[in-house]
Ligand binder design. Structure first.
Ligand code: NCD
Ligand code: ZN
Length: 422
């Protein structure tokens, strides 16, 4: 074996003290003891979990690298225990054509600490067929948000057909199908009333109701239990974000809490937790959307929507496990296994044949999130001051990339395209 990591690992059978033997970056053997190894990590006092998979990050490169880039965005993900990220296409230019995609792969390769996938934009100008087997997924915006890339209601069904024909998973931002009224927003309550969950339900129905049977449709940042049910009933999958679970509009967050879809009421948020704990929804994704402090300091109505979250996603969910709001198998299903299955990458489980993407954690050592210790270029966090459990060590394909909150490895992130088999 090249590497052996010893600890209490989360296997299908539950937490088990064992050795994970790694060869060529993959888990080659899991056994009580493995005696021969070039390198050995004795982490027997720690839990070993699959590293996180985050299907929803905006690393802003190309075009908005004053907010983030693949270097800082991936540092942020990796230090927070996530070794695979999927970047969204609302960059400048938008990632729509095969040449946009190739350029982004080139930019990110050599610059990214995490393995990565790329979602290409699906709208009326997209040649989806040319992206088949090349993009990791497609992304469609139903409603207007950062980037101005929304599609019209009458286009939805044709575009779903295109995605199905290209056999790529489709990620959808489903927020509203009708134009929103022109009203000025002055606070989080106004933002929520302007883009209310009634619109989100309509948009989810318009998308899920037109889903071709065989396609993989993943609804992003779902804010209500009702939309999670719409997704499940249509054979689609759904993402929940940590911010819609942990933050709501009654909190005095101002523009720092301005995000699309908006933070909802406390009662909607608590129902989302219940839904998650009961197994509704499929993934927890960050929707890491960094904007600069200067932009967020503008008047409420003018400030852009979005907040960073790649680095805090796993730590906040681990804290939820420590507080018994979720069990560890559920965390691993939502944050690791299901996201990997949806895009078809051999990650997200501690099993022979899977990539050796592993985090070591101690559930007894929580700490308060401090925005100035995080690695995103944007320099702020709406979760500042909340308790979280950061991983002690993070391995990407058997190599240690992060330890005790800092990067210790290489920028070895690889691109995973093709859309997998799901
Ligand atoms: C995202 C961004 O800033 O790119 N903003 C957000 O509020 N979530 C875009 C998006 O997904 O809506
Ligand atoms: Zn979105």
């Amino acid at each position: 074996m090249d590497v052996v990591i010893e600890g209490k690992a989360l296997l299908d059978s539950g937490l088990t003290s064992c050795c994970i033997g790694i060869s060529d970056g993959r888990i080659a053997k899991i056994a009580k003891t493995i005696s021969i190894a070039d390198r050995r990590y004795d982490l027997s006092n720690l839990l070993l979990l699959p590293a996180g998979i985050d299907l929803h990050v905006h690393f802003r490169e190309p075009g908005m690298t004053h907010k983030e880039d693949f270097n800082t965005g991936s540092m942020s993900a990796v230090v927070g225990g996530t070794t695979f990220v999927m970047d969204m296409p609302n960059t400048l230019p938008a990632t729509r054509s095969l040449s946009d995609l190739k350029e982004k792969i080139e930019t990110a390769s050599g610059k990214c600490y995490a393995d990565f996938g790329l979602a290409a934009l699906l709208d009326s100008r997209t040649n989806a067929e040319s992206l088949a087997g090349r993009a990791t997924a497609l992304k469609m915006y139903v409603g207007e948000t950062t980037g101005g890339l929304g599609v019209r209601q009458e286009e939805i069904s044709g575009l779903l057909g295109k995605a199905a024909a290209a056999k790529l998973p489709l990620m959808v931002h489903a927020e509203h199908t009708v134009p929103l009224p022109e009203i000025e927003e002055t606070d989080l309550d106004g933002h929520d009333r302007h883009r209310s969950d009634g619109y989100e339900h309509m948009a989810a129905k318009a998308v899920c109701g037109n889903k071709p049977q065989e396609m993989r449709l993943h609804l992003l940042h779902v804010t209500t239990a009702r939309v999670l049910k719409i997704a499940r009933e249509s054979g689609s999958t759904a993402e929940i974000t940590p911010h819609h679970l942990l933050l709501d509009k009654s909190m005095k967050l101002g523009t720092w809490g301005k995000v699309n879809p908006p933070l909802r009421s406390k009662s909607t948020r608590l129902k989302l937790w219940e839904a998650l704990a009961s197994g509704l929804g499929d993934t927890v994704g960050s929707d890491h959307s960094p904007h600069t402090i200067a932009e967020k300091e503008e008047d409420f109505d003018a400030a852009p929507s979005g907040m960073p979250g790649a680095e805090t996603r796993m730590p906040l969910m681990l804290q939820a496990v420590a507080e018994r709001r979720l069990d560890i198998a559920q965390l691993s299903r939502y944050c690791c296994r299901r996201p990997a299955e949806i895009i078809g990458v051999p990650k997200g489980q501690l099993k022979e044949g899977f990539d050796a993407d592993i985090i070591a954690v101690d559930l007894r050592t929580g700490a308060k999130i401090s925005a100035d210790k995080l690695h995103s270029k944007c320099g702020w966090s709406a979760f500042d001051g909340m308790r979280a459990i950061f991983p002690r060590a993070v391995f990407l394909r058997g190599e240690k990339v992060s330890e005790a909150g800092e990067i210790v490895g290489e920028r070895a992130g690889r691109y995973f395209g093709g859309g997998g088999s799901g």
